[in-house]
Design a protein around this ligand. Structure first.
Ligand code: MD3
Ligand code: FE
Length: 213
């Protein structure tokens, strides 16, 4: 396993089928953030409630053909935003180009996501170890773009009890998870306070998915 807080910012193979590309989307960061603003104006960030009744510390919204939502009934992809009753905003062209380029760099050709889940972290916000299992397509990778404040990404195994490795992810970093790594546990440690020139006091994460059958 590579050194977690390695000073080096080289492309890393995290595990089978997973890759970290430091700074890969830095050149597109401003365009991506501008697009997120437009999306959030139509589909506001909200704190979803888990089936267990907990309100998530991460605020979320989506764009694309469907969006990931959670409520007391469960987790699912929904074609309509339950908050507005309307379809989710369209996936912007820059989202397609950046995610496809990252997927291709990792060896996944012709990646065309149908959903982008957008997570917003403020200091203290975190994501417990989980597996993304609500998507229909496990053959496609998931592409993650980090923007703004840095975070510690927990990278576990196929069992919940596998001790996670930790990686610091920074503004513009892209991670691609496919193959056997697609079913790994992962999460995000509580965000540390700070300010970033591009986002202010928060971190944004875009995850591009093939969720629909
Ligand atoms: C590994 N988001 O939204 S992205 C999520 O930073 C999520 O907001 C985190 O986990 C975030 O579900 C981490 C990295 C990620 C996303 C999906 C994965 C890692 C993954 C799916 C399979 C394996
Ligand atoms: Fe996840």
């Amino acid at each position: 396993m590579p050194d977690l807080f390695a000073a080096s910012r080289e492309t890393e193979g995290l595990s089978d089928g997973a890759f970290l590309f430091p700074g890969f989307a830095e050149g597109q960061a401003r365009a991506l953030l501008a697009a997120v603003e437009g999306i959030a104006a139509a589909a506001p960030f909200r704190h979803l409630v888990t089936p267990g009744g907990h309100t998530m510390s991460v605020a979320m919204t989506n764009c694309g053909e469907a969006g990931w939502v959670s409520d007391r009934r469960g987790y699912r992809y929904d074609g309509l935003d339950p908050e507005t009753g309307k379809p989710w905003p369209k996936m912007p062209e820059t989202f397609f180009t950046v995610s496809a380029r990252a997927a291709q760099t990792a060896g996944y050709e012709n990646f065309v996501p149908d959903v982008c889940l957008i997570n917003r972290y403020v200091p203290g916000a975190k994501l417990h170890l989980h597996i993304d299992r609500d998507e229909h397509r496990f053959d496609a990778p998931i592409v993650s773009v980090s923007l703004g404040l840095s975070a510690v990404f927990m990278w576990g195994g196929l069992e919940r009890t596998d001790k996670p490795a930790r990686y610091r992810v920074h503004h513009g970093d892209v991670v691609v998870f496919g193959g056997p790594s697609r079913r790994r546990y992962h999460g995000v440690s509580p965000l540390k306070p700070g300010t970033h020139p591009a986002t202010g006091a928060c971190r944004l994460n875009l995850t591009f998915r093939k969720a629909l059958p």
